[in-house]
Ligand binder design. Sequence first.
Ligand code: NAI
Length: 459
Amino acid sequence: MSADAADDLDVVILGGGSGGYACALRAAELGLKVALVEKGRLGGTCLHVGCIPTKALLHAAEVADVARHGEQFGVRSTLEGVDMPRVNAYKDGVVARLYKGLQGLVKAAKIDYVEGEGRLDGPGAVVVGDRRLTARNVVLATGSQPRSLPGLDIGGRIMTSEQALAIDHVPDRVVVLGGGVIGVEFASVFASFGSAVTVVEALPRLVAAEDEALSKQLERAFRKRKITVRTGARFASATQDADTVTVTLESGDTLEAELLLVAVGRGPVTAGLGYEEAGVPLDRGFVPTDERLRTGVPGVYAVGDIVPGLQLAHRGFAQGIFVAEQIAGLEPTPIDETGIPRVTYCDPEVASVGLTEAQAREVHGDVQTYEYNLGGNGKSQILGTQGFVKVVRVADGPVVGVHMVGARMGEQIGEGQLIVNWEAFPEDVAALVHAHPTQNESLGEAHLALAGKPLHAHA
Ligand code: NAI
């Protein structure tokens, strides 16, 4: 083993996904000497099998719906079909361009990019093949992978999102197990492409982490789109043969499909990587940290999906940047998890930031809410979408939650996050002029109403 002339490294980062590469880029920018270890492809889940390719599929799905529903707008169009190899070529092209750009950034930053599977070898060292990298600091950023259920083996017609991203035709019938974020996004894609879709969710509602009002509206919209939603339905078993997968629920009901998509959550990738041997405590496989992302072992930090909390790429970026700044001695402000925006890109989109109404009641007691219906929003009417903006404020206090559902409403989360994170009062937002006609106006209108001066709404 070569004891690299790398004793002068400031930081070794294990994992080149959103959390890891953001940490590497920021650390290099701050003048630190950085090595970044990646066993697969730089960019990780988000770029290669997560955010980017799925959102490309969702865009293709929107194009299919536009073609299918052209008549609604007086444009004669029909959907002739979906050519999955070409959809995949489009999606892969998007990923390839971003991948190339990212590789260029890492190279230009003079980061020592080490290909191979790394393993923590004590607090300040990472072994990759026959190299041993030592540094003052190590950042664990090994990410997550799809989980399955006991007795449910992935293979053949039973897939996770990773295999579903590469299918070469549109399946006739799909059962989606799990009505969380991945489940509803894929259900939306398949339904737009023409599959008959059934979503099976154990909890009483879809996207159960969201405000209940959003779940209700999403379920209503899905039913209108002819997506079958079975909430409160627990999976029991699945069998498959050459043509069909048969899913049995605990109720005894069976569902047949061409494909079963398993979307029951993602688990941390931490096993067998030397973490526990180095003294890093694990909790059900996750790496607990304090608010400064320290693991408890001096000089060892963790970022991204292995840290309990929201499994979101932008949280990973923020944590990676935070740790780089922490190592560089900049004393950054800890990240407030409740201020992190969440967007689910199904049709209609679901977007939120801050506390749900139920959480706000628990934390603050007396709260006021307002739901502004997109029926009163010109641009939403033009698009033909339904939904609402729900704002939650502390009684006579600041806005603590913004929750939205409707086509394209994910694009509105930027203002929502400023309002919540800057602890704005509805009266402050009401004084700001929102451009007309935009969907953004619906945010302005909701705050006008909460401030007691509704325009196109009732108080
Ligand atoms: P999830 O935790 O969002 O949803 C999993 C769902 O499966 C839950 O609703 C759960 O109740 C259900 N479930 C579990 N066991 C079940 C059973 N036996 N029978 C029926 N239902 C069962 O996890 P998901 O959707 O797999 O996503 C993983 C992570 O990836 C999430 O944390 C999510 O935040 C992230 N992600 C984010 C996206 C975004 O920001 N747009 C897109 C895709 C994923």
